[in-house]
Write a protein that binds this ligand. Sequence first.
Ligand code: URA
Length: 199
Amino acid sequence: MIEYKNLVEKINNCTNCCLGYKRTKAVPGEGSFSSDIFLTGEAPGYYEDQSGKPFVGRAGQLLDKLLESINLSRKDVYITNLLKCRPPNNRDPLPDEINACGDYLKEQLEMISPKLIVTLGRYPLTRFLPNRTLANSRGRLMKYKNIPLFSVYHPAAGLRNGNIMAILKNDFTKIPEIMERLNVAKNKDIQTDSQLNLF
Ligand code: URA
């Protein structure tokens, strides 16, 4: 397996798609490598592109608060995005861009080997589980391959809409319960919500 610093270097020098020619800084991801929780958003925005760090703008400040609300900080989790470079004007990621970055996400996942993936918004959810939609699966525990996956709204959506904010906050409160369930099912063979007929 490639070493983390080599992966970061590859991402920082990547020109697999045209976004690599337009970025200020690539945003590989950050956090604890021994973390049980792997969060992935969509793509860097303006502040992330400037700083090279994920989720440092307004959505990131909300993410910090959501983590704090369940007694976690950035140091306790690993945070990345589907895309490692900012799309112009923060437009939605294109399928080719998501594919061009796909191996990086896969390698990060292999390195961190988390107990839980938390997808922030629609794009990361459908990257892992193409047949799902936020409408039919947010707030639910599912699985990607054998890794439990929990899907929530993107924090930026929470900033735009008070109802979504309330749902997002409530969904975050489920994360400690899920970790508890996972720790009980130590072999990671946790039952998903659909196996438990919860949806
Ligand atoms: N939105 C994302 O999806 N990722 C970031 O890093 C910042 C905003």
